[in-house]
Design a protein around this ligand. Structure first.
Ligand SMILES: [Zn+2]
Length: 96
């Protein structure tokens, strides 16, 4: 299986240049139920379709980034740095 991934730093490269880092999970709130934490730590959704994953540019800039990959087609419509990801909570955001 071969497809192209676009490193946010280096541009498009063969997937062989990268190391797969796993599907990302949204961390539950601190007061989430035990069941939610168990789900977070032990279960992966294995979504069929677009999902967010960690990738490491092993033979390039050696940086971790996030990619949205469609697990059915291996199309990667989006790649971005973790700090650029949208939908993060406001914790620790500077005020004013
Ligand atoms: Zn790179």
């Amino acid at each position: 299986m071969s497809f192209l991934l676009r490193c946010p730093n280096c541009g498009e490269r063969s997937v062989a240049d990268f190391r797969f880092g796993g599907e990302t999970n949204v961390r539950p709130a601190p007061d989430a139920s035990h069941a939610q934490w168990v789900d977070y730590y032990y279960f992966r959704k294995n979504v069929s379709g677009p999902r967010q994953e960690w990738w490491y540019h092993k033979f390039g800039c050696r940086r971790w980034f996030l990619a949205v990959r469609d697990s059915r087609t291996n199309e990667v419509p989006q790649t971005y740095w973790p700090e650029d990801r949208t939908g993060r909570g406001g914790d620790g955001a500077s005020q004013g």
